[in-house]
Design a protein around this ligand. Structure first.
Ligand SMILES: N[C@@H]1[C@@H](O)[C@H](O)[C@@H](COP(=O)(O)O)O[C@@H]1O
Length: 260
C-alpha cells in the first residue's frame, strides 16, 4: 500500500496522472468509477485534461461501484446520474460504455449477478477509484461486510445515511435504506485501487485502512490484502497515521521511473 500525503489539488492531479498513464497504455481500459465528494476534484481534473490536453476516453469503459435502491430513474442523486453529470458528460466517454448496478430492478439479486458477469465480460476493472466512509466503508460495504463479498444488496448504517443526507436536502430519512454495491471481493479483483480521502472526518477511517488490523468492523482494511493500492490523503485525513513520517519519506525518495 502506497500512502501519499499531499494537498488536495495535488492528490487530484496524481490520481489523474494514474488514469492518464493507463489510458495511454491501454485506450480501451476499464475504469472503476466512484461517487461521493472525494473523487470530484479528480473528475474536474480529468475534464480539464480532456478539454485542454486532449486526454481521450473514447474507447474506455466504466463501471460504477454502487447504486441506491428504489430511486426513480430521473432522480438527480442516483449514482448513475451523478457520474453522468460529474464525468461522462464532460469527457468523450461513451455513456453506453458505462454501467452501474440497476437499483430499479425488480429482481435485485439477479441484477447483482448480471453486474458481476458484465464486469467479468469486460475483462475486469483496470483502475478503481475509491473514497472511504467515516465508518470505514468502501463503496457501500458497511461494517460487518464479508471480506469476500460480491455485488449484492446492503442496508446502510444510520451514520452513512446521516453522512449522505447533504445530497438529499439534509434529510437523512430521504436517503434510501438499501443499496446495491460491489462487494469487497469484487473491488479486490480490480488491478489498481486508487483511494482518495480528505478532511479530518476521514482520519480515523484512514488510520484503520492503512495501519489497523484487517477486520469486517473497518471494511476498508481488506485493501491491505491487495498488491497495488495507492492511498492519496491530505494532511487532515493523514493526521492519525502513526507512520506518517515514513510515508512522507518514502514518497520523497520514490524512484522517478516507478510511477503510481
Ligand atoms: N457510496 C459512497 C462511497 O463510494 C464513498 O466513498 C463514501 C464517502 O463519500 P464522500 O467521498 O462523499 O465522503 O460514501 C458514499 O456513501
Amino acid at each position: 500500500m502506497e500512502v501519499v500525503i499531499a494537498p488536495g489539488p495535488q492528490l487530484a492531479r496524481l490520481a489523474a496522472d494514474a488514469v492518464g498513464a493507463l489510458l495511454s497504455r491501454r485506450p480501451d481500459a476499464v475504469l472503476g468509477l466512484a461517487t461521493g465528494s472525494s473523487p470530484l476534484a479528480l473528475y474536474d481534473e480529468l475534464a480539464r485534461r480532456h478539454a485542454e490536453e486532449g486526454l481521450s476516453f473514447a474507447r474506455a469503459r466504466g463501471f460504477l461501484l454502487d447504486e441506491y435502491v428504489g430511486l426513480p430513474a430521473d432522480h438527480p442523486e442516483r449514482y448513475r446520474a451523478v457520474i453522468d453529470r460529474e464525468l461522462v458528460s464532460r469527457v468523450d466517454l461513451d455513456p453506453d460504455a458505462v454501467q452501474g448496478p440497476d437499483g430499479t430492478a425488480e429482481d435485485l439479486p439477479a441484477a447483482c449477478r448480471r453486474y458481476e458477469e458484465a464486469i467479468a465480460a469486460a475483462g475486469g476493472v483496470d483502475l478503481q477509484v475509491l473514497g472511504i466512509g467515516t465508518d470505514g466503508h468502501v463503496a457501500f460495504n458497511e461494517p460487518g461486510s464479508s471480506l469476500a463479498s460480491r455485488t449484492r444488496v446492503k442496508t446502510l448504517t444510520e451514520q452513512t445515511r446521516q453522512d449522505n443526507a447533504r445530497f438529499f436536502d439534509g434529510d437523512a430519512e430521504a436517503v434510501p435504506q438499501h443499496v446495491l454495491t460491489q462487494g469487497l471481493g469484487t473491488i479486490l479483483a480490480a488491478r489498481h485501487l486508487v483511494l482518495l480521502a480528505t478532511g479530518r472526518a476521514k482520519a480515523e477511517a484512514v488510520h484503520h485502512l492503512v495501519e489497523g488490523a484487517v477486520s469486517a468492523l473497518w471494511p476498508a482494511t481488506v485493501l491491505q490484502m491487495h498488491p497495488h493500492v495507492t492511498v492519496l490523503v491530505d494532511e487532515a485525513a493523514a493526521s492519525r497515521l502513526q507512520l506518517a513520517d515514513y510515508y512522507r519519506d518514502a514518497w520523497r525518495h520514490k524512484p522517478a521511473w516507478q510511477g503510481l
